[in-house]
Design a binder for this molecule. Structure first.
Ligand code: MTE
Ligand code: MO
Length: 502
């Protein structure tokens, strides 16, 4: 190898630098855990916001559930390269273990501080890298005492200790990536009785969610969810209001709570996808909060969230909404927006801001996070019937799923078993019950939820291969449109079709 090249890529220095980069990431993870202050999600957010908007929109459209893991992986690799470059610079700029560790500490610390703005994370990364540089240089010096790597060569024992400490940092850091479990205590008894009543109203369909989802989907822009201590958190109501004001969680809870069944669906959901789910939510009606600050009519509202997400839409859509702190009788899980999220009746998922920090009442519309990236997902949901359950037993076929049309409600689901030539009406589940006040000990499950799905099923005899097609009719009598369009930019349309038998 040519001397100059070897100087630049000296394998020992490169090895030290790569280990130091791992030490930096491990150190940040160890001190801060897998939270938004961790250096990898911070880098991922920077990459995401630097990429051209169209690229992000198309990337999410085509990569779907892979988009975020790939973003984290790419950002992580980029970050390792930057940290390794910093450690390599230290290796080359100065001599001696202590000096190299110090320069690495400063450089890695500076990069992490810029990326995360978080002192704990910065300290973790800087220390992690510096410890590895010290340990690795000491090891190299011990292996080859003729090099200039060591000041005095340390004893074998100290060397082993330093190596073990580095390894422990990485292992402990990795162990902390596992989130503390979401709350698992039994649900509030009044909520539990509503949930039981709700599932009694549903149909039992193998392969499909029950009436209240067991596995509620998540979609958000952050690679790691915000972790908010409710006692440090307030909701600000700003803009075109009589008096701007902030509310603590208990102030909001004191305004009087309501428990309601609501379905959410993401505008990026595939036609027969699974980004549509239903839960029982506890919260305060938006109207109670807005009347507490005095908010005369205005055209628009922008919701701001702790992950820098924001979404803007007509004020009249928000007014009947709920600000929720509970889900299925338990505290709202972190992944669904703890301590407080928005639920906007009948509108696409993206209007339902999680980790809500501010309601900004406006007299002019603006574009939100996704609208700036070309999506049109702040309006009312399309009508959809999904086919998630198909069982064939001898010649008896049973198909079923859920149907949802936001606040328009579902009137009927029609099924064709001959590719659309003829249609029959499917059986429908009951509707989910209307809201009840929180605090009522034995809530009566009566009435009808304003914004929730229903289940449908159809059983028939058939032999051989045939095509099943389904379509829903909404509460205004309008049928789900047949024309097929993909999800981007304004939500998939068409009828769900499936070939059965044969
Ligand atoms: N703060 C915040 N809120 C958000 C999002 C987000 O990225 N950040 N994503 C939105 C989108 S696109 C959808 S579909 C719903 C999904 O809610 P869920 O994750 O509870 O299912 O949250 C919405 N609220
Ligand atoms: Mo969404």
């Amino acid at each position: 190898m040519n001397r100059r090249v070897r100087d630049i890529v000296d394998p020992a220095s490169l090895g030290v630098a790569l280990l130091a980069a791992l030490g930096a990431v491990g150190g940040s993870l160890l001190l801060i855990g897998n939270s938004p202050g961790f250096v990898v999600p911070s880098a991922a957010a920077l990459v995401r916001d630097t990429l051209p908007d169209l690229f992000v929109a198309v990337g999410i459209g085509t990569l779907r559930d892979l988009a975020q893991p790939l973003l984290s992986l790419g950002a992580g690799l980029l970050l390792l390269a930057v940290f390794a470059a910093a450690a390599l610079a230290a290796e080359r700029a100065v001599e001696g273990i202590a000096r190299r560790a110090l320069v690495t500490f400063v450089l890695v610390g500076a990069v992490t501080a810029l990326l995360t703005g978080n002192t704990t994370s910065t300290l973790g990364a800087a220390l992690g890298a510096a410890v590895v540089v010290a340990a690795a240089n000491a090891t190299l010096a011990a292996m080859d005492p003729t090099t200039d790597r060591a000041d005095p060569p340390p004893g074998r024992r100290r060397l082993l200790q330093a190596g073990a400490a580095t390894l422990a940092t990485l292992v402990l850091g990795a162990a902390r990536t596992r989130d503390p479990a979401e709350p698992t205590e039994p649900p509030d008894p009044a909520a539990a009785s509503l949930l039981a009543a709700a599932n009694d109203r549903g149909l039992s369909l193998p392969g499909a969610e029950p009436m209240v989802s067991e596995d509620f989907y998540t979609v958000d822009i952050a690679t790691v969810d915000p972790k908010i201590d409710p006692s440090d958190w307030q909701l600000a109501v700003t803009g075109e209001v009589e008096t701007e004001r902030s509310f603590t969680l208990s102030e909001l809870q004191d305004l009087g709570g309501e428990r309601r069944f609501t379905t959410l669906r993401c505008v990026s959901d595939l036609l027969n996808g699974k980004k549509m789910d239903t839960a029982l939510w506890d919260g305060v009606p938006v109207e109670s909060v807005l009347s507490a600050v005095g908010a005369p009519e205005s055209c628009c509202v922008t919701l701001h969230a702790a992950d820098d997400y924001f979404v803007s839409f007509p004020r009249e859509a928000l007014d009947p909404g709920l600000l929720a702190w509970g889900m299925n009788g338990r505290p709202l899980p972190r992944s669904h927006g703890a301590p407080l999220r928005t639920l906007v009746p009948g509108h696409w998922g993206e209007t339902n801001a999680k980790w809500l920090t501010e309601i900004e009442i406006r007299d002019e519309p603006e574009e939100g996070y996704w609208e700036q990236r070309g999506w049109e997902g702040t309006g009312e949901v399309h009508t959809i019937a999904k086919l998630h359950s198909t069982t064939v037993d001898d010649g008896t076929v049973r198909v079923g799923g859920h149907a949802y049309a936001g606040t328009r409600g579902i009137d009927a689901v029609e099924v064709s078993t001959d590719g659309g030539a003829s249609w029959t009406e499917a059986s429908l589940s009951e509707t989910l019950p209307e809201p009840t006040p929180i605090g009522e000990e034995e809530p009566e499950p009566t009435g009808e939820a304003a914004d929730a799905w229903r289940m449908w099923e159809h059983e028939y005899e058939a032999d051989g291969k045939h095509e099943v097609v389904v379509r829903a009719i909404d509460g205004t009598g309008e049928a789900q449109p047949e024309q097929e369009r993909e999800g981007y930019p304004s939500g998939a349309t068409g009828w769900v079709r499936e070939t059965v038998g044969g």
